[in-house]
Design a protein around this ligand. Structure first.
Ligand code: FAD
Length: 384
């Protein structure tokens, strides 16, 4: 048991261990290759209370917090079975509904997601706006019963198999003062006017990405989360948890890679000695391990602050930065330790590097994280 976790948190990790041993890296790779939804693994996570880990008990959840969610995310990745779906579903999509949704929305959308019967993806990115969320163009026009939404989202993880998308759309024109006019709404992906078109990506993940085209999609008032036009405020309850979950995934992937590298370095002999005896391999491994564990501590703090109702932006951004850099460091030395084997399909390391590399750019790029720290933490002028 870890010396900084509670007995309950440690039990959650053991539960994840059991699930990940059953739905292991082989299972993950099979589903990544075929693009099929990991239904049985998802169901096992639901049955263990993990999909609803941060959902209050009256709505079928386990009633814990983001810290426990991050522990799950980290542990899955440490077993080599990272799930973006867990980031975009239980994390990114459900958390703002839990914080700002009505009881009816909790019953209609959250409860079936907790049982695994309905799957959520999250749609914010657009081809034109890029990282500048304020400039998104997907627009919901007011109707008698809600909104008629038209627009396009790109790179939406899991959209092909999801039932719902938590959509970020404009419901008022952009104005330079800024923050008003974005709304969060739940889109039924089977509704008339929705078209999901898979995208060909070279990063290996269990979930495929897709473009989602919306053409005059009718969204009832009852599917708008919180107050229309206040979405930017609510987004912070989604995007900080996302950074924390991504940092957790990066730490888990980094731990998986360092363990693999150490195992290999101990047994591989060249020139009559184990390659692990060379400091030129040991030191980069030791550095990567240290950076991973430092980032992990920062991430636990970020999750704790969020769970206590505080503003975790500073810690969440720093943890994301540190964790992803450390995971990439671990990926690089793990490949180096494996020599030529590091590039083979059998040893399956490059595919994990692509995932670590993805996390440097998405869901938020390293540059924007640094700009956040420069501006919000150091107080330097805004550069975006
Ligand atoms: C595999 C994958 C899965 C994804 N899943 C989802 C999903 O489920 N849902 C979703 O909504 N989106 C998803 N995304 C989108 C992802 O969040 C975006 O790709 C990411 O936020 C970067 O946005 P962009 O691609 O538009 O890049 P851009 O915004 O065009 O940025 C391009 C480059 O310019 C840099 N840049 C831009 N502005 C500045 C600035 N002011 N200062 C310094 N540098 C700057 C960026 O850092 C980046 O390096 C996914 C993307 C991928 C690749």
């Amino acid at each position: 048991m870890s010396d900084i976790l509670t007995v309950e948190q440690d039990a959650i990790i053991r539960t994840v261990d059991k699930i990940a041993e059953r739905y292991d890296r082989r299972y993950w790779l099979d589903h990544a290759h075929t693009g099929t939804f990991p239904r049985s693994m998802w169901k096992a996570l639901a049955d263990a209370g993990i999909l609803g880990i941060a959902v209050p008990e009256p709505f079928g959840g386990t009633g814990l917090g983001l810290l426990e969610m991050a522990l799950v995310q980290e542990r899955l990745a440490e077993h080599g079975v990272p799930l973006l779906l867990f980031v975009v579903g239980p994390g990114l999509s459900l958390m703002p509904i839990v914080r700002h949704g009505t009881a009816d929305q909790m019953h209609k959308f959250v409860k079936p997601a907790v049982t695994g019967d309905k799957v959520f993806c999250f749609g914010i990115t657009e081809p034109g706006a890029g990282s500048n969320t304020m400039k998104i163009e997907t627009f919901g026009r007011r109707t008698a019963h809600g909104y008629r939404v038209t627009g396009q989202k790109v790179f939406i993880s899991g959209a092909e198999h999801a039932d719902y998308m938590l959509l970020v759309a404009r419901t008022a024109e952009y104005n330079s003062q800024g923050r008003d006019g974005l709304s969060l709404m739940v889109i039924d992906l089977k509704a008339p006017g929705v078209r999901v078109v898979p995208q060909e990506m070279l990063v290996q993940s269990l979930e495929r990405q897709a473009q989602v085209f919306l053409e005059d999609v009718e969204v009832p008032e009852s599917a708008v989360i919180g107050e229309a036009g206040q979405g930017f405020r609510y987004l912070f309850d989604a995007l900080n948890p996302e950074r924390i979950n991504v940092a957790a995934m990066a730490v888990g992937l980094g731990r998986y890679l360092t363990t693999r590298a150490v195992d290999y370095a101990k047994t591989r002999e060249v020139f009559g000695v184990s390659i692990g005896s060379h400091q030129s391999l040991q030191h980069p491994l030791a550095e990567a391990k240290t950076h991973l564990e430092l980032a992990w501590l920062m991430n636990l703090r970020a999750a704790e602050v969020y769970d206590q109702g505080g503003a975790p932006g500073e810690y969440a951004n720093m943890a994301k930065l540190g964790a992803v850099d450390a995971a990439l460091e671990a990926a690089d030395i793990a490949i180096e330790v494996h020599g030529g084997n590091g590039f083979t399909r059998d040893y399956d390391l490059l595919s994990i590097w692509t995932l670590c590399r993805l996390l440097k750019t998405a869901p938020v790029s390293r540059e924007l994280v640094l700009s956040y720290i420069g501006h919000h933490v150091l107080g330097l002028p805004a550069s975006y």
